[in-house]
Design a protein around this ligand. Structure first.
Ligand code: AHR
Length: 659
């Protein structure tokens, strides 16, 4: 790339990236390895999962059929009937809400295909991703009121070619789950499912479902393995779930109610996804929540990947960006009960009502919930009033559970200025600060926590991402500019790990065709997925979190922006390693001389890992997923020092076995 292009990129972000004049100048950084500071919490770097951008249905939930139970507002959305060659056929949608309120609708088919064919096709979530030689598991709930019925079930490629299928016979007039498996003969990113009704007959059908066999941990009806593997690879300290604004709902009626997301999948009540209508510029009329991924699955996911579960519950407030509905204080009891019951579901003995449900779902052992969020991005006195009610009830019954409180949607401004001191005066456990800001903001705020009250509440940086254009604009990119700024900011979080005890990027996932919000950490289509540069920054910190903070100084100053350099250091008492992270946001190479006077051994092997790009606009894509990825090289301590040259616009991690 030309120098002009490079400079243009740097200039494009204005004051953000310092221009270093003298390349020859060496910055001496001193790491006090013999004076370990605050302990770094094992949960420090975590993930935040919300069902936005098709993250759950159409994303981690491996179900391939959209609107499988005909419960979308338009009951046949995602489905298409076709009659050919003189066949007749029709579908009637029945609503049995009086007897089955959680899954009221089913489809009643009547057809005569003695000649021609009557078919029903499902389009999947922006198509169905199909893999050659993979086993697919089809199921439906059905009854045949007028005698045996035969269905031909097929997967079709985008051009209409059948690429696998099977026959299913339905007999009897009782609702039963029927299953059949088959193997696909070709790979296809945009397939569809076709059901052909044979002969003549009638059928009642519901929960028409198709899963690939290769789910995460091979669990039937489980999660998409490649996406979960990307999460597991981060070795996250916690999983915050299920949101986000989704907890609040556009209005209280569509808030997240965890009790409706557990038990048999066919009894989980589908609701609209609040991101369905949120952005006019990214409408998603087919975005609903089937809750195939519900609270049991979230707890199980956290356990699978070695993370602490951090559920967020609704505190009687709908989204304040939308309806702002609140529940009167004297009517909060059901909401409170949901919170208390959730703790019982996670931790209670199998002799308790909710602990028993957990056991019945296959997990008799507790999930060891220690953290609970009360509300998402709430603000104002109405939040404080509700928080007080929740905190006193939760602490009275479960004093060991730490509560995470909202600090509102922004890290400054009137909403924050009101809430922050009030929460501090209430001595809350954790304050959850959110920042969706420019890269410049992240650079300037790398020292935000250096001056925070050390005795006050702990900080949870629960949602953050550098937005390269404007907050929540479709032009925002997961480019190197944003990832570099986040890395610089994260050195500030790490340096202040005594008070900033948890942090998570947001949002986590986005389907390349189904997204509403950008940027996002991991992108995917129906078959492929990739980590953004921001993902590799998160991974670098998470996999190298250490056990204690070490001081790293240039002279007497923290390394938080001078010459465009940002740095933090930790020690890992388990591996006996000193780990140093240095971010060079300038447009020049910079020489650093890292002195580690406290180390006992004068020379020990280690590694340098570098993430870099000379183009701040560089991104990873489905076709070029590793455009920006870490590269490793050997390093050795020389006389208790490491001399290194930091490339322009780079994140460098230096790890030495040195204790
Ligand atoms: O991460 C996307 C949204 O941003 C979350 O739902 C909400 O908490 C915040 O406004």
């Amino acid at each position: 790339m030309s120098i002009y292009r490079y400079c243009k990129n740097l200039l494009a972000i204005g004051i953000a990236f310092a221009s270093v004049t003298a390349q020859a100048q060496t910055t001496v950084l001193t790491v006090k390895a013999d004076k370990p500071g605050a302990a770094i919490q094992p949960a420090m770097w975590g993930i935040f999962f919300e069902d936005i951008n098709f993250a759950a249905d159409g994303g981690i939930y491996a179900e391939l059929v959209k609107n499988r139970s005909f419960e979308f507002y338009e009951p046949m959305m995602g489905w298409k009937e076709q009659r050919d060659g003189g066949a007749t056929g029709r579908v009637l949608v029945l609503n049995q809400s009086a007897t089955m309120p959680s899954n009221p609708r089913y489809a009643h088919f009547v057809w005569d295909a003695s000649q021609g064919s009557y078919t029903l096709a499902n389009e999947g979530f922006r198509g169905i991703g199909i893999k050659k030689d993979m086993q697919y598991n089809f199921s439906l709930w059905a009854k045949a009121p007028e005698g045996d019925v035969k269905l031909k079930v097929e997967l079709l490629a985008a051009n209409g070619t059948p690429i696998g299928g099977t026959d299913v016979t339905i007999s009897g007039n009782d609702w039963k789950r029927h299953t059949a498996s088959f193997t696909a003969s070709a790979t296809e990113p945009k397939g569809k499912l076709l059901i052909t009704f044979q002969g003549k007959g009638t059928l009642d059908g519901d929960m028409i479902s198709l899963f690939p066999n290769d789910t995460w941990k091979n669990r039937p009806g489980g999660l998409r393995a490649d996406l979960i593997q990307l999460l597991a690879d981060l070795k996250p300290g916690f999983v915050r779930f299920p949101g986000g604004c989704i907890v609040e709902g556009h209005e209280l009626d569509t808030r997240y109610q965890w009790k409706k997301t557990v038990g048999n999948v066919e009894s989980r009540e589908l609701i609209v996804n609040r991101w369905n209508t949120e952005f006019k510029h990214r409408p998603a009329p087919d975005y609903y929540q089937s809750f195939g991924v519900g609270f049991f699955e979230y707890f199980q996911l956290a356990e699978d990947i070695g993370a602490e579960p951090l559920p967020i519950i609704n505190c009687g407030m709908a989204c304040q960006f939308n309806t702002s509905e609140v529940v009167p204080l004297d009517q909060l009891d059901p909401y409170l009960q949901d919170a208390l019951d959730l703790i019982e579901f996670a931790n209670g003995g199998t002799d308790t009502k909710w602990g028993k449900l957990r056991a019945d779902m296959g997990h008799p052992a507790p999930f060891n919930l220690k953290l609970l969020g009360v509300g998402n991005e709430q603000w104002g006195p109405q939040y404080v009033e509700r928080y007080i009610v929740f905190a006193s009830a939760i602490k009275a019954k479960y004093p060991a559970v730490k509560i995470v409180t909202s600090a509102g949607p922004s890290p400054d401004g009137p909403l924050f200025e009101y809430l922050n001191p009030v929460l501090r005066s209430l001595n809350v456990d954790f304050i959850d600060e959110h920042y969706y800001r420019s890269p410049e903001w992240f650079l300037k705020n790398a020292s935000r926590y250096d001056t925070y009250d050390r005795k006050g509440p702990k900080i949870f940086a629960g949602e953050y991402a550098a937005h390269t254009e404007k907050k929540v604009q479709p032009e925002n990119k997961n480019n190197w500019e944003s990832a570099l700024a986040e890395a610089a900011f994260m050195t500030g979080l790490e340096r202040n790990a005594d008070i900033v005890q948890m942090a998570s990027y947001a949002p986590l996932f986005a389907h390349v065709e189904g997204w509403q919000w950008t940027p996002d950490l991991i992108w995917f289509d129906n078959l492929r997925s990739f980590g953004t540069p921001n993902y590799y920054v998160q991974k670098l910190f998470s996999l190298n979190k250490g056990t204690n903070v070490l001081s790293i100084l240039a002279g007497n100053e923290t390394v938080a922006g001078k010459n465009g350099l940002y740095a933090s250091a930790v020690v890992d008492n388990n591996t006996k390693e000193v780990i140093i992270k240095v971010v060079n946001t300038s447009d020049k190479e910079q020489a650093v001389d890292i002195q580690i006077p406290g180390v006992k051994k004068a020379s020990a092997a280690g590694t340098i890992t570098v993430l870099k790009s000379t183009n701040l606009e560089s991104v990873n894509t489905l076709d070029n997923p590793f455009n920006i990825k870490p590269a490793e090289q050997a390093v050795s301590l020389k006389g208790k020092a490491i001399k290194s040259t930091l490339p322009p616009a780079s994140v460098t991690l230096i790890k030495v076995k040195a204790l």
